[in-house]
Ligand binder design. Structure first.
Ligand code: NAG
Ligand code: NAG
Ligand code: ZN
Length: 380
């Protein structure tokens, strides 16, 4: 039964993949040059005063008009052919650290919360609503924020692309910590052996990124919910799989670095054919975290691999440089947003909508779209 459902989903997904294939427009945007990534300064500073970011200019602006210098070519080749990087010596210790949701910003938030409730809110009418998040953290007012509008027609097609790979997608974690953190339902995988942790690489990414957690954004009804808007359409839900750069020792450390985070976003669309069918059996665990700030540990016997959540990673996708979509809104995220939606039933959506946030039902927990501001969006 389970296998049969998956086959149905895969056939549909393959069809959608075929539909969304577009002939290439011949732009050569294989890799970001090394200028940008090697620059240790903040993204906003490195972009300041430039109309266009420099890091792919020479590739994008017709190679015919301007010869690429030997130095630039060498730098690029070494960036491409040397993807090796340093693995932290003790992944288990790093994992333990990654799971502690601390630092400065959090402390600041809880102090404010104690002093009259400055937790961020998704309600536009609230004094802590999205347009006031910059008061909770100034970085939410930055110029390279997420989510954004993604348009097929204005995206830059990447012709010479490296495949995006997600290794360890079928690995089973030791346990999964499910949390209602007051803003979303978050599944954090805990690994017995650090090496089992899924690794994302290729595509727009220069190094390996280690899987940390996934969570969701959804609506009060199925006409809203996703954070990104794809060709002017909002989907009922969007999943974010959060990865951090293996160059850094933990998620907390990586998220402060310019190349620290990669988030894979996938939309969900409603599976129309049957009301009662369960496509995403793991949604049954949501009933254990109805109350805000509650958590539930899914024991090993009930754990499920990432493959069961998102299937194969073989869809065309958008990629751009953006931010976390909740305070502190750090602009350190390479976004990878799939063009092929996953499927969810209305029944499963109701399981999400029954969760409770501190201010009421946990619904419409998506941030409004942000300005693009001279960023380029690539279609792989
Ligand atoms: C998509 O189109 C809208 C409206 O034309 C525009 O404001 C937005 O910047 C576009 N997004 C991208 C990624 O090009
Ligand atoms: C769905 O929810 C949105 C946001 O709350 C609301 O604006 C819209 O009217 C709702 N649509 C339907 C069909 O109920
Ligand atoms: Zn998110």
């Amino acid at each position: 039964m389970h296998l049969f459902q998956w086959q149905g989903q895969l056939i549909l997904l393959n069809f959608l993949m075929f539909m969304s294939w577009r002939p290439c427009r011949g732009l050569n945007v294989p890799n970001y040059g090394s200028t940008f990534r090697a620059n240790p300064t903040r993204r906003t500073e490195s972009f300041a005063g430039r109309r266009e970011p420099v890091y792919y200019e020479d590739e994008y602006e017709a190679a015919a008009t301007r010869a690429v210098s030997q130095e630039v070519r060498r730098a690029k080749l070494s960036a491409i052919s040397n993807p090796d990087f340093y693995f932290p010596p003790d992944p288990e210790a790093d994992l333990a650290e990654a799971n502690i949701p601390v630092p400065v910003i959090e402390k600041q938030k809880s102090r404010q919360a104690a002093a009259g409730g400055a937790e961020f809110s998704y309600n536009p009418k609230d004094k802590n609503g999205p347009s006031h998040w910059y008061r909770i953290d100034a970085r939410c007012g930055g110029r390279y924020q997420s989510p954004i509008l993604l348009n097929t027609s204005s995206a830059h097609l990447v012709s010479r692309k490296r495949p995006l790979r997600l290794d360890g997608q079928t690995n089973l974690p030791d346990t999964i910590l499910l949390q209602n953190d007051g803003h979303s339902a978050k599944f954090t995988y805990r690994w017995r052996i650090g090496a089992d942790r899924p690794v994302l690489r290729g595509g727009p990414l220069k190094t390996k990124y280690l899987f940390d957690q996934f969570h969701f954004h959804w609506g009060s009804n199925s006409s809203v919910g996703s954070e990104h808007v794809y060709d002017y359409q909002r989907y009922p839900m969007e999943i974010h799989l959060v990865f951090y750069n293996g160059l850094y020792e933990s998620f907390q450390q990586a998220r402060e670095q310019v190349d620290g985070i990669a988030v894979v976003g996938l939309f969900y669309e409603i599976y129309q054919h049957s009301v009662d069918e369960q496509l995403n059996t793991w949604t049954r665990f949501l009933r254990n975290v109805i109350e805000p700030n509650s958590e539930f540990t899914i024991p090993f016997i009930d754990t499920f691999p990432l493959y069961e959540v998102i299937g194969d990673v073989e869809w065309p996708y958008f990629s751009y440089e953006g931010s976390l979509t909740t305070p502190p809104c750090l602009e350190t995220v390479t976004w990878i947003v799939a063009t092929k939606p996953l499927l969810v039933t209305e029944k499963e959506m109701r399981q999400f909508r029954q969760l409770v946030a501190p201010s009421g039902p946990m619904v419409n927990n998506f941030r409004p779209v942000q300005k693009l501001n001279h960023r380029r969006v690539f279609l792989y």
